[in-house]
Design a protein around this ligand. Sequence first.
Ligand SMILES: [Zn+2]
Ligand SMILES: [Zn+2]
Length: 343
Amino acid sequence: MYQAAVMTRPHTIEMQSKPDLSLQPDEILIRMAYAGVCGTDIAIFSGDYPVPLPLVLGHEFSGIVEAVGSPEDAYLLGKPVVGEINNTCVAYRKNELCPACRKGLTNHCLTRTTLGIINYNGVFAEYVKLPAGSIHLIPASVSMKRAVLTEPLAAAFRTFEMAEIHPGETVAVIGTGRLGKFVLAVAEKAGAKTIAVIRNPAHIETAKAWGAQTVYCDSRENTVKAILDSTEGLGADMVVEATGNPEGFSLAMQLVRPQGTLSLKTTCGLPAEGIDATRLVVNEIRIQGSRCGPFDKALPFLADTEYPFDNLMTEILPLEKTAQAIESAITQSKVLIQGPASL
Ligand SMILES: [Zn+2]
Ligand SMILES: [Zn+2]
């Protein structure tokens, strides 16, 4: 038996004993070390993002491989790993791929389940099993705690896979929650001129620590003026909306240059407000959503000492306090839930 934190209805999580997980070929059993609480967990827990229940939430984690379903994966036994969140045909190494996987759109696999979100129990538990193709070894230079950040950091990389930027271009990031910070860092490393747009003056120094070369936190009017002034009146080449608020979209529209890209990273479960479709057409703005990204780019980036990854993790709670951890994550930058492999 093992313990899992099961969400039974909005705002309610129960600790339950579950029978040991058995493995099919091409599945991997992982003993949890640390799990991270993210905005999606908060949205599901509060009922803003409805999913079929009961469900074990959580999709960001690090752990140790406990058992493998196929001999070819035996090299993973006892190793520290992270795992991707989409359980796809490719991840299960199916011989017959669905039409999406055949086209290479594996994140959009037609038969996928999603760890801790759609029809698949997540990582707020002592054990989790995942398809072998989802597993990545954690490099020795990255701690188990830091590795929990792989999934959200990969999502930041994805922004620039879907819409390229080039060195010297201007990227404005609205919102400096965790994802916004990661987007700033990745954009800076790619050689972009980075601007953070924030509401709270107290976050200026934080934004700079994550690669923002310039920070604006004044009124909307002054922010628009400042961005135009620093881009020869054109606007930013790319604006990344990462506020988690529906009104971020309309601000982003005012900051992006003609034929620029508006990158949306918010899955707040709420529709965007104030979309000026005329401006969109007249300025030929491209809107690009993006979500899950490349773990193989994120893992080495986590070894970088330039950015304060470890400072993000402000609170660690035991598995039994999962509900408290999710509530706490509403205000804390990163809350971790500690599993048995962390000891
Ligand atoms: Zn997440
Ligand atoms: Zn598929």
